[in-house]
Design a protein around this ligand. Sequence first.
Ligand SMILES: Cc1ncc(COP(=O)(O)O)c(C=O)c1O
Ligand SMILES: [Zn+2]
Length: 375
Amino acid sequence: MYVCPACGETYSLASMTFRCRCGGLLDLAPFEPRFDPRSSGGERSIFRYASSMPPFSGLEEAWESARSRVTMGEGLTPTVPFGPAEPGLLVKVDYAMPTLSFKDRGAAVLVAAALVAGARRLIQDSSGNAGAAVAAYATRAGLGCDIYTPASTSQRKIAQIEAYGARAVLVPGSREDTAAAALEAAEFGARDGSAFYASHVYNPLFYQGTKTYVYELFETLGGLPDTLYAPLGNGTLVLGMYHALKELRSLGLIVSYPKLVAVQAERCAPVYRASVAGRLSVDPVRNDGTEAEGIAIAAPLRGSQVLAAIRELGGEVAIAPEAGLSPAKKAAAARGFYIETTSAACLAAYFDRRARGVDEGRVALPLCGSGLKSA
Ligand SMILES: Cc1ncc(COP(=O)(O)O)c(C=O)c1O
Ligand SMILES: [Zn+2]
């Protein structure tokens, strides 16, 4: 069930609702996740962890059939040492996905849920990667799809969205202008029941997909490293990691949390600012122009929730220096990893912190998007 934390109202997971009647953002009602790393099922996709996802009560068969209809074997990405010069650093190659970014984790879950809800058309807004992922899974599921994206988005991401047969709606202006245009279309679509808003920001089911990042690490390594890095724009990976870490702890599989380091771009860092100022809520900032387009979210809708999650885990928000992005991208390529600039942000923050003498023990860091995505 979806639940509104502001007023307590609940909604079925099979509904097309994307926001509470009171205007609040929805979360998932508490449920008991199951996970046994020794028998997580033979399935070769993120749905090997389906028992850790919320039950579609009364709709189990529809949910299972939707999952098998949409999956492309996403997940199960390699975790490998970065290289001999960085002995403590493991990278998880999360661009090794059907649409070349980690967003497939969330998109697979969301599109399967849209099928259960009886959607025929999806609406999404994205700086590119989430849009490409939702477009691919929508096509696979036989659903129509409109992706709203800033007109400034990389041509290659737009070409990818259109290649899947989705309609790319290019919105002039900021990422926030794009979000507003999509919201209007989604509200219109929800009114006549024709469109499902497959938003990675509004729909909390997306984080049930991104949380498999941590489950996989746990399964591959037989435990978790000391420090987990994550990029932070809207926080879809951070929120997924939060859920997985809480679940692993409540299942008794870990006794303490690894250190979470959530990384923002120096020129667009609203959550970082709130964090260092000791504030509970995140105020919008101006995007001063960063090459890390994927995390350039000046007004993250779930910003305060993300900040609270990081604090609860004892984590930290860090900055990727703008001047460090290009060197980090080159350093990755020199180790065989061709990543997009946004993806270099975690690596840039890691190098910066190491240069300042921060000791983080064994670190795992995601490589989230392929270098083929941006020019
Ligand atoms: C490559 C890449 N890394 C990181 C992110 C940041 O994810 P989020 O906005 O969910 O925090 C994105 C978002 O689009 C992305 O495309
Ligand atoms: Zn409400």
